[in-house]
Design a protein around this ligand. Structure first.
Ligand SMILES: [Zn+2]
Length: 242
């Protein structure tokens, strides 16, 4: 089962709508990395947050951990210095739409415009191409996948949700994430939640004791492709020992 998971780029055929599963032929939606490598990727949605992103960046620096931020374009415009700071400290900057409207409520052209507007804001501030898109609320459909792919990005979800947006305590968040994380996990947190910042040192310390390393999505999916090549016989050694 683990091998199967590592072999396939996660093909999610379901969308999170009441219409039920929908086949997305050839569409790649990533919800985890390779299970062959004992790494996890921490991701934060909905930033930058004027009040909480600065202390979050300091904590990540003090712990020596790089993460990935799915930023909202309209919020990035209001906090350009924070976007530059996120990038200059070595974290991955990713696209969480410009307006944070549901992808399901927009036409294909409106959606594409919203996604590209966010990338334009982020790329103007960081001078780095945006590679990853996460739909607001995790809700997407066929047109979302198609427009994301058309613009050279990957649609990235998560496999472990902290539920930090529900008002739960730091200890709940820490216990939940440490218990559930597996090699290749993508952990979902949110930028404007104080309980998450309080939980983070505990999560990082306990996962490190369990042998995990922390990677950005850029690093996770470089490793993923290397492992896929290895398993396909195109590379001689897996990424973990390269
Ligand atoms: Zn969001």
């Amino acid at each position: 089962m683990a091998l199967f998971r590592s072999l396939t780029v996660v093909l999610l055929s379901a969308v999170f709508v009441f219409a039920g599963p929908l086949r997305l032929e050839g569409a790649t939606v990533l919800a985890s990395g390779s299970s062959l490598v004992r790494t996890v990727a921490i991701t934060f949605d909905d930033g930058p947050n004027e009040k909480l992103t600065p202390p979050l960046l300091d904590i990540l620096d003090s712990l020596g951990v790089k993460v990935s931020f799915f930023l909202v374009g309209s919020m990035a415009e209001k906090n350009p210095g924070l976007v530059r700071e996120i990038r200059s400290r070595g974290h991955t900057v990713a696209n969480h739409s410009y307006s944070h409207r549901s992808c399901l409520s927009l036409s294909a052209d409106e959606l594409e415009e919203d996604i590209l507007k966010c990338s334009a804001v982020l790329e103007a501030l960081t001078s780095v191409p945006v590679r990853f898109f996460r739909p607001p609320g995790g809700k997407y459909d066929r047109k979302t996948v198609e427009r994301v792919r058309k613009n050279g990005m990957k649609l990235v979800l998560w496999d472990i949700n902290s539920r930090d947006y529900t008002g739960v305590s730091p200890s709940y968040i820490a216990n939940r994430m440490v218990r559930r994380a597996v090699p290749g996990s993508i952990l979902l947190f949110h930028s404007g939640v104080k309980a998450t910042i309080d939980a983070l040192p505990v999560i990082i310390d306990r996962l490190r004791k369990n042998g995990f390393e922390f990677v950005t999505l850029d690093e996770m999916f470089s490793a993923y492709m290397a492992n896929a090549l290895f398993l396909a016989g195109a590379a001689k050694v897996p990424f973990s020992i390269m």
